[in-house]
Write a protein that binds this ligand. Structure first.
Ligand code: IVH
Length: 668
């Protein structure tokens, strides 16, 4: 290549790379795979290494490379970087709009509505389209020179795209971390046992304010622009929305959610829409911003103190609040599982009042190192249940002690046992723990189970406490007199409960099975069991192998079901329930397959079929094909050179078939 060819190729590569950056960061519509992009960049790097005289500061290769700084220089903002006034309610937004309209003496104002990104504000100076300097907001008048760090951010163009930009253009926007990038960053920090960041904003700020740009370069920072500062020698559109569109055309990313709306109602609709979409956005927002769209109107409105009169930030309710742990309660569920729950000093967060939060188990308590008396940060995002994110260690009261899960059930005092393979613990007193009884009965009467109206939390608690009811079967022995004798129970409600119990006696097998509260048996599994076995007795007698023939019943669920029906106590309860008159219409069994319930084992080489083919044929007729011989095996199919399975089968007296016999069985 001649020197001229090299220069042309370098220019061509830069143009292509800038174009792909634009497609990727601004339009969010890349046209080439990453690998292809990397090849272009590497080719450019190689050419620049061979011809260093061709390197320019705006070359896409020049993002990292600057030496670490001793400290950041100061940058004076010629046009001050202001902040925004906040509105926390619709009323405050209505007031804002009224003031704007009064000053402008107009009926209706057009606004640019935008997400309020939760990152940190920066200013980017472009001279003749080349990124020259970047600064943080600082106190609004003087910020820090973070040019080298901003250069490492892929979304910030080192050279503007297209043409027609002013000779001097100062762009303003927000540097932020996407939620995914934040999670990744924290996961990596956790793996290295380093301090994790509290939220994406802190992480973005910490990343940008690194003296060594190489560290910043490793942080996946992003950028959105939302306005301009100083402009010299050049004209810009007269409306904010059009201005952002213009900036986008020059290669500066603008949030896709930005749009122009009419009047204050347009603003409020936008707010509601964003509140719903918020959790699905790739980045965190803490509200939305409304800006008067016409720039001449903005100018008329001007500023008060340090915020413009033409804009307002409409904030979402805070998703994180600080509060105190008043105590840690341990709840016992219907299966006896012990769950620690933090009782909190009530506070308003994410739009609701929160007064408790689950702590899940001892591991979670240890991970957070949470103690009674601690100040904690509670987060409630969207409709997600509130959770404690962290403890404010600085505020820990003197003498606060670590919390340990009890060794005895807080309700009945029985020993607590660990649950296999789980961090959970369980009350061992399955039959007599009032907390378990109560949970079980509440489940039994619930809408999707036996659907018995009128038996609420308080009533069930009373019934269990007075020992009137211990198991679901006891419900059907209750009398109107017993019920009306209870606190807060009138004769009318007592009669209603009795009627509801009576009505519940005619039910469906699936409902009844679900109501029994067998571990791991939800509604879907209950239905599958009912359809497979058709009646309760067959199900109660089924062993684990047979149970696993039911769709979606694996070894764990099968073991729970078998264990449940094996327990004398449970069989007794079922017997009493049936004696009380609980019935269901016969269930039509989903077509029974001829080999259903039969277990086959294959060994040796078959003459005509591959092992997998034979297996498929057997399974298609409902058989279960197992890998090893046991007392549950019905048939061993043996081909040539059978292995040890053959001997095992003979020992256990399992019927042995050759391939011909098996094929014959499949045919009949
Ligand atoms: S406009 C004079 N637009 O919010 C107008 N700011 O509370 C100044 N912010 O410092 C800012 N998203 O860091 C504007 N779409 C948006 C914004 C936004 C986030 C931040 C920015 C600013 C702060 C003011």
């Amino acid at each position: 290549m001649t020197a001229k060819d090299v220069r042309h190729r370098v220019e061509e590569l830069r143009k292509q790379i800038n174009h792909h950056n634009y497609r990727y960061y601004v339009l969010d519509a890349p046209v080439i795979p990453d690998a292809e992009y990397d090849r272009l960049l590497r080719e450019l790097q190689t050419l620049e290494q061979q011809h260093p005289e061709l390197i320019t500061p705006d070359s896409p290769t020049q993002r990292v490379g600057a030496e670490p700084l001793k400290k950041f220089g100061a940058v004076k903002h010629e046009v001050p970087m202001l902040s925004l006034a906040n509105a926390f309610s619709e009323q405050e937004v209505l007031d804002f709009d009224r003031r704007v309209r009064e000053r402008l003496e107009t009926e209706e104002v057009e606004y640019s509505a935008e997400p309020k990104l939760d990152g940190l504000a920066v200013s980017l100076l472009y001279r003749d389209g080349v990124f020259a300097q970047g600064a943080t907001r600082g106190d609004g008048v003087t910020g820090e020179d973070v040019t080298q760090n901003l250069r490492t951010i892929g979304a910030i163009p080192l050279r503007l795209y297209g043409a027609g930009y002013p000779a001097l253009l100062e762009v303003r926007g927000e540097v932020y971390l996407s939620k995914a990038a934040f999670d990744e960053l924290n996961a990596a920090a956790r793996a290295r046992d380093e301090k994790i960041f509290a939220n994406p904003r802190n992480a973005a700020a910490g990343s940008l304010r690194q003296l060594d740009p190489k560290i910043t370069a490793r942080r996946p920072l992003a950028f959105f622009c939302y306005g301009v500062g100083a402009v010299e020698r050049g004209r810009l559109p007269g409306e904010h929305g059009a201005l952002l569109a213009q900036l986008r055309d020059w290669g500066l990313p603008v949030a896709h959610e930005q749009k122009v709306v009419r009047g204050v109602q347009g603003c409020l609709n936008y707010y509601r829409d964003m509140a719903v979409r918020r959790s699905r956005l790739e980045y965190d927002i803490d509200g939305v911003v409304y800006k008067v769209n016409r720039l001449d109107q903005q100018e008329l409105l001007g500023f008060v103190s340090r915020a413009p009169r033409w804009a307002v930030a409409h904030k979402f309710p805070a998703q994180e609040e600080i509060t105190e742990v008043l105590g840690i309660d341990v709840q016992v569920g219907r299966t006896g599982a012990l769950t620690p729950v933090a009782r909190l000093k009530p506070m308003f967060v994410g739009g609701v009042t929160v007064s408790n939060a689950t702590l899940h188990n001892q591991d979670e308590i240890d991970r957070l190192d949470i103690r009674v008396g601690d100040s904690v940060i509670v987060r409630r995002a969207g409709d997600v249940i509130p959770k404690i994110v962290s403890v404010v260690r600085e505020r820990r009261p003197y003498g606060a002690k670590p919390f340990h899960m009890p060794k005895h059930c807080p309700v009945c005092g029985a020993d607590v046992v660990p649950v296999e393979l789980e961090v959970m613990t369980r009350c061992s007193n399955e039959l007599r723990c009032p907390a378990q009884s109560k949970g079980q009965i509440l489940h039994f009467v619930s809408r999707r189970a036996m659907d018995i109206e009128g038996l609420g939390d308080k009533l069930v608690e009373q019934l269990v406490e007075c020992k009137l009811v211990e198991t679901p079967a006891d419900l059907y022995t209750l009398t109107e007199e017993q019920l009306s004798g209870l606190e807060r129970m009138g004769e009318k409600s007592a009669a209603n409960v009795i009627a509801a119990l009576e009505k519940s006696k005619t039910t469906a097998l699936a409902r009844f099975l679900y109501a029994l509260g067998i571990r791991e048996v939800g509604e879907a599994t209950a239905l599958a069991l009912a359809q497979h076995f058709g009646d309760l007795d067959a199900l109660m007698q089924a062993d684990e192998v047979t149970l696993q023939q039911v769709p979606d019943v694996g070894p764990v669920v099968a073991a729970h079901i078998a264990a449940f029906f094996h327990q004398r106590h449970n069989r007794e309860v079922i017997k009493r329930l049936r004696a009380a008159g609980i019935t269901w219409p016969a269930v039509k069994i989903a077509r029974r397959l001829p080999l259903a319930g039969k277990t086959f084992v294959l060994t040796g080489t078959l003459d005509t079929l591959m092992r997998d083919e034979a297996k498929e044929k057997l399974q298609a007729l409902g058989a279960k094909v197992s890998g090893s011989v046991s007392s549950k095996t019905n048939y061993l199919v043996a081909g040539a050179d059978p292995g040890s399975k053959f001997d095992q089968a003979r020992e256990l007296g399992v019927e042995i078939l050759d391939e011909t016999a098996m094929l014959k069985m499949l045919r009949t």
